[in-house]
Design a protein around this ligand. Sequence first.
Ligand SMILES: NC(=O)c1ccc[n+]([C@@H]2O[C@H](COP(=O)([O-])OP(=O)(O)OC[C@H]3O[C@@H](n4cnc5c(N)ncnc54)[C@H](OP(=O)(O)O)[C@@H]3O)[C@@H](O)[C@H]2O)c1
Length: 414
Amino acid sequence: MVSVTHTPVNDLDYSAAEYGHVDGVPSPYTLSIPDGPLTDEQAMRLALDAARCGIRGANPLVGAVITGTDGRVLHVGWHRGAGTPHAEADALAQARAAGTDLRGASMYVSLEPCNHTGRTGPCSHAIVAAGVRRVRYAYPDTTSAAGGAAHLRSNGVDAQLMEGFSADSYLLNERWFIAAAERRPFITAKSASTLDGFIAAADGTSKWITGPAARIDGHLVRHRADAVMIGTRTALTDDPSLDARRSDGSRFTKQPLRVVMGRREIPESYRIRGLAAEGPYDPDRFLQVFTHDPSELLSTLYDRGVRHLMIEGGPGMVGLFAGEDLVDEMIWYRAPLLLGHGKSAVYRLSTGTLANAPRLHLDDLGMFPAVRVLGADTATHLVPVPRGDYQNPGARRVLERCTECYAPEPREDG
Ligand SMILES: NC(=O)c1ccc[n+]([C@@H]2O[C@H](COP(=O)([O-])OP(=O)(O)OC[C@H]3O[C@@H](n4cnc5c(N)ncnc54)[C@H](OP(=O)(O)O)[C@@H]3O)[C@@H](O)[C@H]2O)c1
């Protein structure tokens, strides 16, 4: 077995190496690769495994495997998040660095290679230039980046879809496909609660429910997001800065847009509008969307180029978006505390009966397990159960808006 060790590629490399300082997180992540020649099916399975080394967010999880003419694995690449190289480019870069001759090689990619110039060049062109002879992909690209397979074929590369893997590839990225098709940001909701599901005590005290390791982890999620959103009540009550900081308290260079949703105006003195650390007031760092309608908020953000939105609360926002089937992943920090009474971690969500409750799956990405121990707390990473499959993408499961939950808010009883 060969072992591939993950090495960070740049400041935006959301790798296990970045998360490694958090207690309980294995670092660096290693992917085991069989030593002997692989069949097409084994190589594609490995590409799908490699895809899971990435991280959810504004880009899909994609893996790429390059094998030599003897079928043995030469390089394995994967996409590490928005702003980092695509999986194919990652594998090709490894080949260049190692001086591997790729003439006659095969590449297995879990998604059709792209054909457009975004933050990275077209992968289909790079594959042709490298001399790769065969490409197998698990899922056709239907976005604006489509056309990669056609480009490969027109340049003499034998490129074919392995349809037997399309269902797996679709499921891996279902929520990303949905967000892209709905032309809205991919949405990550975060919550930090007691074991019995409260985010504040009955007297309003809430600092701190979770410990430093969980809070540091939350800052890493902020750092990944293009925008971080809260409701007006959280903004007015807590006056949070919402910036993304490292474990030593210093600010990351890349900061998310700070967003407030709701009708009450946030006064200029509030930190979310402008931080002393940022120097002169910069309106581009803050946005208030004066609406109660998630669709309006999302289209405003999408039009501003936001592709990954993190919802930081409060519980009304988490419930509102979950009830509209708009939460694409959830990160739940849970502290070993019992409150009995207090502010519930989710409200403005009316399910009525168990069958209506939005169900989630543990999302065990390769980079870290779905349930992690962070100091005294746990972090659980979840995605909604699939809406459908690649041939029949299901419809949105929208619950009736919970108007009677508006007052009193939040719920005070257990
Ligand atoms: N532990 C955690 O993870 C965490 C995280 C964040 C917050 N919190 C806590 O959560 C509490 C505040 O949360 P919250 O849920 O009560 O408030 P919230 O979600 O922050 O804000 C609620 C407000 O948002 C506006 N709003 C926007 N869209 C709405 C809609 N569709 N329906 C109704 N109102 C809408 C309304 O204000 P307008 O009248 O202005 O429109 C509403 O009063 C605070 O105690 C805070 O400390 C905890």
